[in-house]
Write a protein that binds this ligand. Sequence first.
Ligand SMILES: N[C@@H](CCC[C@H](N)C(=O)O)C(=O)O
Length: 308
Amino acid sequence: MEFAKLHGLGNSYVYLNLLGDGGPSARGEGGQGSGGERPVPPGALDWAHLARAVSDRGTGIGSDGLILILPSQVADARMRIFNADGSEGEMCGNGIRGVGKVLYDRGLVRSRHVRVETLAGILALELFPEDGRVQRARVQMGRPILEPARIPARLGDGRAPVLEVRLEGEEAVVTPVSMGNPHAVLFVDDLAKAPVQEWGPRLEHHPAFPNRTNVEFVAVRDAATLQMRVWERGSGETQACGTGACAAAVAAHLTGRAGREVAVHLPGGILNVRWDDSDVVWLEGPVEEVCQGRLDVEWLRRRGLLRP
Ligand SMILES: N[C@@H](CCC[C@H](N)C(=O)O)C(=O)O
C-alpha cells in the first residue's frame, strides 16, 4: 500500500490515496504491488489503529495523523482525517490543502479549482502551482459556528462569545468556535509562557466539551497579526493548525481584538485568514510533499493491523 507524507507548516499527515485510479502508484512512481506483492485491500485495514501506528515517530512514519483520499459522489474527492490517537476529526485545514496537492500533482484533477467532501461539508480549494506542482492553496472554509450547542460546548447562555471554564481552581476564559470541528480559543499576553502543555490536555478533555476540543493560545500583536500555539485534539501540541488559525481569527475579531483579515504566526510558519462580509472564512498557506513510500506488509501484520 503506497503512502505519501505531506505537511502544511510542519503539521504533517500520512496520506493514502484510495481513489482506486491513481495516486503515487498509478503515476509510475513505485506502483502498488510493484514488488510483485498483492496490494492490501483497503477493507482489510482498521483506520484508527493504522493512524496510531503510522503517526508514531519511533516505530511508524511519524506524523500528526492519517488522511484518506476517497471517491466522492458529490465532489472531486472525499477526505477522512484521523488524529495521532486514532480519533476522527471533522475537518483539517492544513490536511485538505495536501489533498488538493495530491490530486493536482498526480494529474487526478486538471483544474486549479477543486472541491473536497469532508464531515464538515463540501469545501472549495484554489490551488497555486509552480512548474506543475502545488506550492500553496486557499480554502473556502465556510461559516464559523458559534452556538455552543452546535460546537458542541456546554457553556454559558448560548450567546456570549466569551465563556469561563473552571480548571481545578483556576479559571480559563475561552471563546468556543467550531470550524466544523471544535475549538476553544484563549488569549494570552505572553505566548512563551502560555500553559499549552498543562491547560491544553485539561481543556481538550473538559466536560464542557462533550466531543473534546482543540485548544488555541493566542497573543495579539496588532489588529492584523496574531501569534498562536495550538494543542490539537487527539494529536497534542503541533506546529500549526488550519482550522485553529481560522477559529483564532474569528475569536479575535468577535472580541474586538483584530480586524477581519489576519496573519497567524505559528511555530511552523504563517497562515493567512480572512473572515469576509458574507460570514465565510478563507484560509491560505503553503503545502509541501516530504516523501512517498510503501507500507511494509510484515510491519502491518506484526502490529495486528490487517484484518483476517
Ligand atoms: N491540524 C488540523 C486539524 C486536525 C483535526 C483536529 N485535531 C480535530 O480533531 O478536530 C488543521 O489543520 O485544521
